[in-house]
Design a protein around this ligand. Structure first.
Ligand code: TUI
Length: 309
């Protein structure tokens, strides 16, 4: 299936893997790219030199394009941006902030820039800054979220900008893919489904929590602090919400969650770890290879969209 995004990125299928903190490392990114999508290394809060190593390891695993996500709340984002330029990465997505100050350097170096946005205003501003596309991410997503749903955000962003739009948030199968295209998207970004990929290094306990999750098993912490984060409900999320309700300060809440995503991803601590996942977790039922996931989604979507049988 050809869209402006497959052409822009030189990929076979318009499926992009989210740049998830701790999860989106070189094995997963390489597997998604090898399967014809766009794999992304999530820089998150990692030191820039760790990101450099991840890029090099991914490049050893595949010649296909691989992107890097720069998380803009990370104070080291400028160093990560420099590493991305030095390593010759061709695609950058950004999240959790405004990437305006980085765009000129990336564009001068021929890097495709695709910010994640959560509003029409941000999408328009990014288009004026000269970005190549935007990811419109609804609040069904896991992790740090905005306030609009995918169903409402994607068509409004698609109407507001000329550049191609990639839909994210609550998309996990061919039906979601087809629906996103009906809303005006030219690609989708998926996170939660890829967390349980065979190639994903995420601890089996975390994968099991996603596979067993039901439709209403996620909740959003941090609405009061301005850092809303969707995750699967557990002891950690309950404690966070209780403290939030009691009026705890930002310092106390940040202390509670310090290292909690790493504990979930690497140690499999599903009690005191933060299990970031989207609402689509209720539909993610098994571990598969990235290739199997992408093939299944494309077959279902093409049939629904009437491209094939
Ligand atoms: O960035 C994400 N999702 C994330 S980042 C992350 S790392 C983290 N770890 C622990 C606690 C908190 C975060 C986990 N998940 N998604 C992309 C995204 N970007 N969603 C929403 C936005 C966004 C929001 C506001 C983008 C731009 C924006 O603009 C505000 C501004 O600065 O004008």
């Amino acid at each position: 299936m050809k869209t402006r995004i497959t052409e822009l990125l030189g990929i076979e299928y318009p499926i992009i893997q989210g740049g998830m903190a701790w999860v989106a490392e070189h094995h997963l990114a390489a597997a998604v790219s090898k399967a014809g999508g766009l794999g992304i290394i999530g820089a998150a809060s990692a030191p820039a030199e760790v990101v450099r190593e991840e890029i090099r390891k991914a490049k050893k695993m595949t010649d296909k394009p691989i992107g890097v996500n720069i998380m803009l709340m990370n104070p080291n984002a400028p160093e990560v941006a420099r590493v991305v330029l030095e390593e010759g990465v061709k695609v950058v997505t950004t999240g959790a902030g405004n990437p305006a100050k980085f765009i000129r350097d990336f564009k001068e170096a021929g890097v495709k820039v695709i910010p994640v946005v959560a509003s029409v205003a941000m999408a328009k501003m990014m288009e004026r800054c000269g970005v190549d596309a935007v990811v419109a991410e609804g609040c069904e997503s896991g992790g740090h979220i905005g306030s609009s749903t995918t169903m409402c955000l994607v068509p409004q962003v698609a109407d507001a900008v000329q550049i191609p739009v990639i839909a994210a948030g609550g998309i996990g199968d061919g039906r979601g893919f087809a629906a996103a295209f009906m809303l005006g998207a030219e690609a989708v970004q998926m996170g939660t489904r890829f967390v349980v990929a065979e190639e994903s290094i995420v601890h089996k306990n975390y994968k099991e929590k996603i596979i067993k999750a039901k439709d209403i098993d996620s909740e959003v912490t941090g609405r009061s602090t301005g850092h809303p984060v969707r995750q699967i409900r557990n002891q950690m999320s309950r404690k966070y919400l209780r403290l939030e309700k009691e009026g705890a300060g930002l310092d106390e809440l940040e202390h509670l969650t310090l290292g909690s995503l790493r504990r979930a991803v690497m140690d499999g601590d599903v009690v005191n770890g933060t299990l970031m996942a989207g609402q689509i977790a209720g539909m993610v039922k098994r571990e598969q290879t990235c290739r199997e996931m992408i093939q299944e989604i494309m077959q279902e979507a093409e049939s629904l969209l009437g491209k094939k049988g």
